[in-house]
Design a protein around this ligand. Structure first.
Ligand SMILES: NC(=O)c1ccc[n+]([C@@H]2O[C@H](COP(=O)([O-])OP(=O)(O)OC[C@H]3O[C@@H](n4cnc5c(N)ncnc54)[C@H](OP(=O)(O)O)[C@@H]3O)[C@@H](O)[C@H]2O)c1
Length: 296
């Protein structure tokens, strides 16, 4: 299969690319910057120049493939344009002959409008897909383990053996490795007959903060404790890493999650998912062991 991969040079899309290659498919990375794709080209991926803002470039790129791995980019100069980007991608799949799409929501979905743009946009994209008539499957993950590499967590593990994260001790999260989301998407791309299904996916462990730290301790081979980071401290870490102002958005996002915890599902029963999409899942301890160097 030839698969057009949106965001294939980024952290989520590159996991799709690697897993397509493992399954002997041909990923074609849509990118504005082919040089960013070089490591994956060396592994066997191809690239096509395209910009989600430029509808024609997407039509041309989609005509040459069998299926599409779609995600919405996040860190763009004008986030208001992202729904248009995604609509362009869906239109291109439709014009190219209703090419099968697997859409990664990149996070949980709240099933009603909330006024929070990141969540409302996911609902809008699901509606665009339904309205388009293009065959599609949705993969809906929870929290990525890679968040633990962020500047609010990693430096404190390195310096203080403390896993700081802006979530209260008792809250359970089904952390999932980005690589596993990529594997599930690559598997779903082989099944156009699942069209119309939405797979809610998470890791296999649904853990509190202290349990997360215990499992990280196993993988890292040293004792790590959990610290439920106050939102102000989280915001300060974002400001320090990404520049003044970044923290306010991060604080608002996590405050929203706290206020709407009853509507946001952060764990999925993976038994029925893995029956349809059999992939090898990564445990938290395995993920920590794979990333041991990053935490030294
Ligand atoms: N659930 C979680 O725990 C979690 C954690 C982290 C992030 N996320 C989500 O992950 C997403 C970010 O993904 P990421 O980390 O993979 O992003 P990333 O590493 O920043 O990569 C962004 C990708 O988007 C592509 N892109 C951006 N603008 C584009 C445009 N105009 N046309 C074509 N491609 C464009 C870039 O391609 P080129 O530059 O090559 O053109 C790049 O491949 C967000 O939706 C975020 O909410 C979720």
């Amino acid at each position: 299969m030839k698969v057009l991969v949106y965001g294939g040079t980024g952290s989520q899309g590159s996991a799709v690319v690697r897993n397509l290659l493992k399954r002997d498919h041909q990923p074609i990375i849509l990118t504005r910057n082919p040089e960013k794709a070089q490591p994956m080209v060396e592994m066997g991926a191809a690239t096509v120049m395209g910009d989600m803002e430029n509808a024609d470039s997407l039509v041309e790129a989609t005509a040459a493939v069998d299926a599409v791995a779609l995600m919405a980019p996040a860190f763009v100069p004008n986030p208001m344009l992202v729904p248009m980007y995604v609509q362009n991608a869906i239109n291109a799949a439709q014009q190219a002959g209703n090419k099968f799409i697997v859409y990664n929501t990149s996070g949980p979905v709240i099933e009603e409008r909330t006024g929070q743009p990141a969540y409302d946009m996911r609902l809008d994209i699901l509606a665009m897909l339904r309205d388009s008539g293009v065959p599609h499957v949705v993969v809906q993950p929870t929290a990525y383990m890679e968040n633990l590499l962020g500047p609010w967590t990693r430096p404190n593990i390195i310096a203080h053996d403390t896993l700081s994260y802006p979530v209260d001790d008792h809250v359970r999260l089904g952390w999932i490795a980005t690589e596993d989301v990529g594997a599930l998407i690559a598997a779903a791309l082989e099944h156009p007959e699942y069209s119309g299904e939405r797979f809610k996916v998470s890791g296999l462990e649904n853990v509190t903060g202290p349990e997360l730290a215990e499992r990280m301790s196993v993988g890292l081979g040293r004792s790590i404790r959990y610290y439920a980071m106050p939102l102000e401290a989280f915001g300060a870490a974002l400001d320090a890493a990404f520049g003044p102002g970044a923290g306010a958005g991060g604080i608002a996002g996590y405050q929203f999650q706290r206020d709407n915890a009853d509507k946001i599902s952060m764990y999925a029963d993976m038994t029925p998912v893995l029956e349809k999409l059999p992939v090898q899942m990564t445990s938290i301890a395995q993920w920590a062991a794979q990333h041991r160097m990053a935490f030294q």
